[in-house]
Design a protein around this ligand. Structure first.
Ligand SMILES: [Zn+2]
Length: 463
């Protein structure tokens, strides 16, 4: 039996259970650092499969590491399982229909991500056992990808220190070996405290924290013009100070997110944003408290790993979908904005059944991921696999609605196979890891990993 046969057989054997695990995590819909049930479910599966499992790895409540085998090389598969706030949605619906108003939902498909990674490690273990492959294989249960920087904390705790190579994937609307850079990011709260007063009788006694928030935003909106092109500044007002206009708001808060291609650029822009907030406090006579929230490093591409993953993906091909699956996907597409529908119509795609050509030159995506922190320490390879209607915008109810669909399951299992095959390759051929490491050194250009999270910071749940 070849490794490809072993992978196909193992994933088929486990497929019913894997689908049910993914659906259960979808129902838990636990957000950053609250993923206790989701992490326990995955960790239990790995326990049953004969892995030695460290729960609360690195003292992070919902992180875990499951290990099998011994010695070198050490090959890691990364799994995520966190949901997003405000995205509660019935599965299989073609209109916005929350299960719980304001509740959480899997708007980025991480129920599939973590479970597809589980499929991969189970198939990898079967290959290791049956083909007598040497080395250590690990599943990293990585919490809080969505704005929580889970992997950055895991990296800080040294959990990846002996890993030779890491693989992961992401649910997407196309099939590709991912070869791209992404932005480093830093997130911090500005909490302003002023003095409350009757806005009619005694406004001169009030010092408005809401004014300070607004002035911070005005200042940063001017600052935008004077930062690098690829820099990004976003904010969300997390506390407006109340709903009464006749009360001077004594407390208000805004959450800032700064992004840039490199960590040092993020540091520089963050300092300037902080100065703006300090200026706003001075202008309004309020006190400012700055609290770090989360951060992640930029993503370091590894072309040699991506190329190898593309070849493994070719061996399995992309999943194909039935007419009824395409019908549901098409009805989801009809709910997209006119702009997205126009883009979808241009491509004429419902569900992607082909593998994109490999891009030799890394592209640039203006998003961020905490996979970035791992990629600074370890050569990291990723594939993106079609689990959703073409054009589906991430972090939307449409994404949640498709998260338990038959085609989402198919894509998830396909991802598991490709990850397993890629990892098997690294166990069979040491030259792959050597090449990946040589390229990794080159990509870093002598820089070492200095995480954006401050030394004293701890993993934070969403406030
Ligand atoms: Zn995601």
């Amino acid at each position: 039996m070849t490794y490809l046969d072993i992978i196909e057989r193992t994933v088929a054997e486990h497929s019913d259970n894997l689908k049910s695990v993914a659906d259960t995590i979808w129902s838990f819909a636990e957000i950053r650092y609250e993923e206790t049930q989701s992490a326990a479910l995955l960790a239990d599966e790995l326990d049953k499969a004969g892995f030695s499992v460290t729960r609360q790895a690195g003292n992070i409540e919902t992180a875990f590491v499951a290990s099998y085998g011994e010695g070198n090389p050490v090959v890691a598969i990364l799994g995520e399982f966190d949901a997003l706030t405000g995205l509660s949605q019935q599965g299989g619906a073609t209109r916005y229909d929350p299960i719980v108003k304001g509740g959480n939902g899997h708007g980025c498909g991480h129920n599939l991500l973590g479970t597809g990674a589980l499929a991969a490690i189970l198939a990898l273990k079967a290959c290791k056992d049956e083909l007598g492959l040497k080395g250590t294989i690990r599943y990293y249960g990585c919490p809080a990808e969505e704005g929580g920087g889970g992997k950055a904390y895991m990296a800080r705790e040294g959990l990846f220190s002996d890993v030779d190579v890491a693989f992961t994937w992401h649910p997407w609307d196309e099939n590709l070996a991912y070869n791209a850079r992404m932005l480093a990011t830093n997130q911090l709260y500005f909490t302003f405290r002023g003095t409350s007063a009757h806005a009619g009788f005694e406004p001169h006694l009030g010092r408005s924290a809401l004014d300070a928030v607004e002035l911070t935003n005005v200042g940063c909106n001017y600052l935008r013009e004077h930062i690098i092109q690829d820099g990004r500044i976003h904010y969300a007002i997390t506390d407006t100070g109340g709903r009464a206009p006749n009360v001077v708001q004594a407390q208000a808060q805004v959450l800032y997110k700064v992004r840039a291609p490199r960590m040092d650029q993020v540091r520089e822009i963050t300092e300037r944003v902080k100065e703006v907030a300090r200026g706003a406090a001075q202008m309004t006579g309020t006190e400012l408290e700055i609290t770090f929230d989360a951060a992640s490093a930029d993503l370091v591409p590894n072309v040699s790993l991506a190329r190898m993953m593309h070849r493994e993906f070719e061996k399995f091909g992309a999943a194909s979908f039935s007419n009824s699956e395409k019908e549901f996907a098409a009805s989801i597409q009809k709910t997209f904005s006119p702009e997205v529908q126009a883009r979808v119509a241009k491509r004429g795609k419902i569900l992607s059944e082909d593998l994109n050509a490999f891009q030799e030159e890394p592209t640039f995506l203006h998003g961020s991921t905490d996979v970035g922190d791992v990629s600074w320490l370890v050569p990291t390879g990723q594939v993106y696999v079609a689990t959703e209607a073409y054009g589906t915008p991430p972090h939307t109810w449409q994404m949640v609605s498709q998260g338990k669909s038959r085609y989402a399951h198919k894509g998830m299992l396909q991802a598991g196979k490709v990850l397993a095959a890629s990892a098997v390759q690294t166990l069979m051929d040491p030259a792959i890891i050597l090449a990946a490491k040589a390229e990794h050194r080159e990509q870093l250009g002598g820089e070492s990993y200095i995480p954006l999270i401050p030394a004293e910071a701890t993993p934070q749940r969403l406030r």
